[in-house]
Design a protein around this ligand. Structure first.
Ligand code: DGP
Length: 115
């Protein structure tokens, strides 16, 4: 999708620190981390947000959770714990209109959703 920053990262037109990649998803460090570990897991197919997922696209969500578990184990924070967040639409504060899952880890996260 033209003018989508995450599509540009997927296409390697914009640099990022990639921590995982396969044919369906990419995961890279968030440019503005809200925790010591802050990774974004992003489907390569451009879907704007959760609400726009079609029935036949739901398998990508299961795949994303498999990837999240793999990253957590590979990076060694699986047992300590982590938080997964997906914003959807204006009231959530979604800034990038390309579906993505935040993984937050690396410290004891507080009662606020982020932080
Ligand atoms: P959200 O509010 O859920 O749409 O979060 C979007 C996140 O994307 C935000 O935490 C910052 C991150 N982000 C935005 N632009 C870039 C970028 O160019 N590179 C990287 N690595 N992260 C970005």
């Amino acid at each position: 999708m033209e003018n989508c920053i995450f599509c540009k990262i997927i296409n390697k037109e914009v640099p990022s620190t990639i921590v995982y990649e396969d044919e369906k998803v990419i995961a890279f460090n968030d440019v503005n981390p809200a925790a010591p570990i802050h990774i974004l897991v992003v489907p390569k197919k451009h879907v704007e947000k959760v609400l726009d997922l079609k029935d036949e696209e739901m398998e990508i969500v299961a795949h994303i959770y498999k990837v999240i578990n793999k990253i957590a184990k590979d990076q060694g924070f699986a047992e300590k714990g982590f938080r997964v967040i997906t914003n959807c639409g204006k009231d959530s504060g979604q800034e990038v209109m390309h579906l993505h899952f935040h993984i937050l880890a690396g410290k004891t996260l507080g009662p606020k959703i982020v932080g």
